[in-house]
Design a protein around this ligand. Sequence first.
Ligand code: ZN
Ligand code: ZN
Length: 105
Amino acid sequence: MSLWTGHIFCFNCGKEFIVNRLTPVEINAALTMLQCPHCLKTPVGQRPHRVNFISSATRRFRKTRRAEVWHFCEYCSSWPDHEFIEIDFQPRGEFCNECKVLAVG
Ligand SMILES: [Zn+2]
Ligand SMILES: [Zn+2]
């Protein structure tokens, strides 16, 4: 099982923090259980933290030439398979919502 870095937005203060070297299951658990390092709040009830994106050492980011949104899960229904730009470092910009769901599912 590969390990991942999760980039997470706090449910309360909205600031981003990073969890390192977790499995997808552990990242999911962190969304509901982890204390925010900024505001020190822990999620309650139905308000978990939000994943911005997750990455690994072998993660690839792709987008089509005209699109603004980056994809990072090859199982995404919109994963670009032609005319795309691919990079292996974290881009600036927006990330695909479907990829976010798939990556932590
Ligand atoms: Zn916070
Ligand atoms: Zn996608």
